[in-house]
Design a protein around this ligand. Structure first.
Ligand code: ADE
Length: 239
């Protein structure tokens, strides 16, 4: 998978070359290009923004800089992703969608955003998504790109050591993952739940499922409500 990021803060994306993502790059599973938006400016000040039409605070990133940048970086295959708090929510389902793409391009906005015509124009040629990573406002799209790329990269075949790792992810079955434990058996007078040491895998799986359901009910009841009726077995319903 090819990933390109256009930003005015290329150094912000340095963590993409570290840890899990760095390894995926080394293995040739993903290839990452980080581009400085200012390379597409023509003026001595390398200005990328201007004041908003209609007035108001802040600055808007200019269409005549973003347009040529996207023309150069996007191809027919590109899925263009524009992180913005005004976007559709980025979820695990969307991460799976992106993991099936061959080319992701991220356009990082700063300040009050990017002139809307940039997205409107790009939509005439490529598939464009404006996505939000949560209901809070970051200073720009860069941190959202890091989060999205990590969520996508770990789904690519060969990136995680153990391919079973994401079969049990939170959200894979629409529920939050329950708690995990490792040695020692008792730590600061807190014992590992007995059932996990029973060796009875049927019981263990049932216990884990119950923990997931309880945790989801307590922390994210909205997730339970959006699951279809047949997502629950008779033990779930008894809980
Ligand atoms: N840019 C600023 N805030 C953001 C958010 N919550 N999600 C995605 N991009 C953003």
């Amino acid at each position: 998978m090819q990933i390109d990021v256009i930003t005015i803060f290329p150094e912000y994306l340095a963590p993409m070359r570290a840890a899990l993502l760095g390894k995926a790059i080394d293995k040739g599973l993903i290839s990452v290009g980080v581009h400085d938006l200012r390379d597409w400016t023509q003026d001595v000040h390398k200005a990328v923004d201007d004041s908003p039409y209609g007035g108001g605070p802040g600055m808007v990133m200019k269409a005549d800089i973003w347009g040529p940048a996207l023309d150069d970086v996007c191809t027919d295959e590109t899925r263009l992703i524009v992180p913005t708090p005004a976007g559709r929510p980025f979820t695990q389902a969307v991460a799976h969608e992106y993991a099936n793409e061959s080319h992701l391009v991220f356009a990082c906005g700063r300040y009050e955003g990017i002139d809307q015509r940039v997205v409107d124009d790009a939509s005439r040629r490529v598939r464009v998504d404006e996505v939000s990573i949560g209901d809070y406002v970051l200073v720009g799209g860069e941190v959202a790109v890091l989060a999205i790329v990590e969520a996508v990269a770990r789904l690519l075949p060969g990136v995680l050591g153990n391919p079973k790792s994401h079969a049990e992810d939170s959200f894979q079955d629409g529920l939050l993952e329950g708690p995990s434990y490792t040695r020692p058996e008792v730590w600061r007078e807190l014992a590992v739940p007995e059932v996990l040491r029973s060796g009875n895998h049927k019981l263990i799986n049932r216990w884990r499922r119950d923990q997931s359901l309880v945790r989801t009910f307590e922390r994210r009841p909205d997730l339970l409500e959006s699951l279809p009726e047949d997502a629950f077995d008779k033990h779930d319903r008894a809980l």
